[in-house]
Design a protein around this ligand. Structure first.
Ligand SMILES: C[S@@+](CC[C@H](N)C(=O)[O-])C[C@H]1O[C@@H](n2cnc3c(N)ncnc32)[C@H](O)[C@@H]1O
Length: 226
């Protein structure tokens, strides 16, 4: 039997058309535990006008990338699914779409904001820590991070389009500790605590130098689309 955590990337790529259909083009189309429209407004308000945003695990670019572009932000999306990114490049040519694995990437620049929306939770706990080590250096002092978190630590297996769907959480206190260690301060948090899902907005402190982006030997940056 295939390990559901190892299957995640292939699952989204194999069923890219299904994901695009299920996700829909508008914010608010995925579950009710977090109000995406409200989260979008909070994130946009925390960013400088026209700022650069990195969307980690961006899927097809819809709805987040599209909404951010529409609001005047410069969007770079990173995802492991070439098919989802092909859709993004075709339908949102204003964006920059990069095929990459969030567990090992280095875009060698920083962004005003980084968005991690319903993507980190598909990684094992160890891989989530690895991904955070790669993505946090993409934020400079005063940079803004918005991420969804499941507050309870643990693993849960859901189902989607006939296959198992892996999710895991380190738990709220572990995320808070990692982010505090990276000099991030909670700006605010939304979502409905009773549902166990929250959207955190954090800002990197300005009184410490940023850590250097990790150099990841062998990462093929030529897979850039769009
Ligand atoms: C639930 S979807 C969310 C997509 C998008 N953030 C949204 O809100 O519509 C999860 C996404 O994470 C991507 N993903 C999963 N594991 C990844 C990894 N290791 N590196 C990069 N992307 C990954 C999948 O390809 C998929 O597009």
């Amino acid at each position: 039997m295939i390990d559901p955590a190892e299957r995640i990337i292939g699952l989204y790529d194999d069923k890219a058309e299904g994901w695009i259909a299920d996700r829909g083009p508008a914010l608010g189309g995925l579950g009710k535990s977090i109000d995406e429209v409200e989260a979008f407004e909070r994130f946009a308000a925390a960013l400088p006008r026209g700022g650069a945003v990195l969307d980690v695990g961006c899927g097809s670019g819809w709805p987040w990338g599209a909404a951010l572009i529409e609001r005047g932000f410069r969007v770079t999306g990173l995802d492991a699914s070439p098919r989802l990114l092909a859709h993004a490049a075709q339908t949102l040519p204003e964006g920059e779409w990069v095929v990459g694995d969030m567990r090992a990437f280095d875009l060698a620049r920083t962004f005003d904001g980084v968005l991690v929306w319903y993507s980190l939770f598909h990684l094992t706990p160890g891989d989530q820590r690895r991904a955070l080590r790669h993505l946090l250096p993409h934020l400079p002092p005063n940079g803004v991070l918005m991420m969804t978190i499941a507050t309870e630590a643990g693993v849960s297996i859901g189902h989607w389009r006939g296959e198992s769907l892996y999710h895991a959480s380190l738990g709220a206190s572990a995320y808070a500790a990692i982010l505090a260690d990276g000099d991030f301060i909670r700006d605010d948090h939304g979502g409905r605590p009773d549902t166990g899902s929250e959207a955190w907005i954090l800002r990197r402190r300005t009184d410490h130098p940023p850590s250097q982006p990790n150099v990841v030997p062998g990462l093929d940056q030529s897979a850039h689309q769009g």
